[in-house]
Design a binder for this molecule. Sequence first.
Ligand SMILES: [Zn+2]
Length: 256
Amino acid sequence: MLNRILRLFRRSAARQFITGLQEADTVLAARPPHSVAVTLRTMAVAQRFPSTLPVGRIEPQATPPLCDHCSLSMILALITTWGPAGDPHTWYEHPVALHGWRCESCGDLSYPASLPDDAIAQLHAEAMAAVKQNDLDKAEFFCLQLVNAEPLNVVFRVNLGSVYQDKRYAAQADRHGQEPLDRYRLRAREQWLLALSCTDAPPPVIHFLLGRNFSATGASAEAVKHLTAFLSAPGNASNDQVVAAQQLLERITHGA
Ligand SMILES: [Zn+2]
């Protein structure tokens, strides 16, 4: 029922236009053959862009859009706060990595942009390679791009949430204090909740992930709801996650 209601809101993403950027606000780098990377240098500029786009379709565009300002054809742009030209604090506070468009004449930016399948496949390969190398900032960078290129893709949402969970574990191991742990846990939760709203038949494992996530913050009612949904999902074979979910549910409901 909830998913049906949410589906009504799965509209295509409206094109946003960002104007009035100063030269010092961005660093440009060519991305051959036909695109450019735009690094947003300050928090104020970064916050004019979303970290992740809401659940919704991105309409494929047959030709690049025209600039609202000067009517010239725009070029594809990777817009980000990550990388050597970016500020690590801004990346931590407000990670941006999405594809959009840039007007080479006036510097205005717009988003979103849809990407062809081969570009998506390439980003996915880069994301998985970064995960394998345990380079979690890089994994976040690619997983964010994927979520923002296909905001309705359940797998991309689950993967981004899992990168945030891994960043949480890494921050814990490095004893960086409580703040990043809480932040990454909530970011993982946000992506997994959005993953549920992407489809009428989400993979049951998302409920397992959410059950553990909510349980860790003492949100018992939400944890029970998701663990129960996971355990009652059809076709759930007996495996480690089922046992873990049963034990966690037992602990929550009986305080054991
Ligand atoms: Zn322009």
